[in-house]
Write a protein that binds this ligand. Structure first.
Ligand SMILES: [Zn+2]
Length: 238
């Protein structure tokens, strides 16, 4: 089959473009799985769970605070009632009994106030933890969004690159006689279609060709397609 030196160089270029396109498509496929976003997505799920748990902690501290405050209110009411009773009483025995009760209530009030203070401190700590988690989650979500748009831009650019490659490939393909193109396609479907003969090695199969094989190639007229005796690729002779 006839092929000029230029046609062989063009076949070499066509092969390069097709291999570039295969790599590009494989890369785009890998990117479009979204695999690179998994870790960020997982972190957001974890942060949501941590936030939910922390919210439950805050709610339980708030419930405890409410309980203590309602106890305090009750103690205050009883102190007030006792003091009214004390003011109204003239019996020494009653007065001493009521005073004793008031002392006990004041002690209880002190205790409740201490507990309330401790709860307030705890509430502050737990609320800060909750707000730190919310901030971290918000930042992670923003980061994910930006990774997603970066990925979309990358895929868009690969799509453009692929479309450019298609144009180049189609243009080049239309320049060959059909039978030469057919031979090239058949060989490319099985492996490397075109190899260069560098000294005595074929760079399609990376084999060093012996003198018999070299002679076999040399016997093919310069304007005819020569094949590598090892891998059957179309060879470009220097
Ligand atoms: Zn070869």
């Amino acid at each position: 089959m006839k092929a000029s030196a230029q046609q062989l160089e063009d076949l070499w270029q066509l092969q390069k473009l097709i291999l570039d396109q295969r790599r590009l498509i494989a890369h785009a496929k890998q990117l479009s799985t979204g695999e690179s976003l998994r870790e960020q997505e997982l972190r957001i799920v974890q942060l949501s769970e941590l936030s939910r748990n922390q919210l439950m902690v805050v709610e339980s501290v708030l419930a405890e605070k409410k309980r203590i405050e309602s106890d305090l209110e009750l103690v205050d009411k009883r102190i007030k009632t006792d003091q009214d009773r004390l003011n109204a009483s003239s019996s020494t025995k009653d007065i001493s009994g009521i005073q004793h009760e008031i002392d006990g209530l004041l002690q209880r009030k002190n205790m409740l106030e201490d507990t309330d203070l401790g709860i307030l401190t705890d509430l502050d700590v737990q609320q800060q933890k909750l707000s730190a988690l919310a901030k971290e989650k918000e930042a992670a979500e923003k980061e994910l969004e930006s990774s997603k748009s970066e990925l979309r831009a990358q895929l868009e650019s690969l799509k453009q690159e692929n479309s450019n490659l298609n144009t180049e490939i189609e243009k080049l393909r239309s320049s060959f006689p059909p039978e030469l193109l057919e031979l090239f396609d058949k060989k490319l479907s099985k492996g490397t279609a075109v190899g260069r003969l560098v000294r005595s090695a074929c760079n399609a199969c990376n084999m060093n060709l012996n003198s018999t094989a070299i002679a076999e190639i040399s016997n093919v007229p310069a304007d005819q397609v020569a094949l590598c005796p090892e891998c059957a690729a179309i060879v470009i002779r220097q």
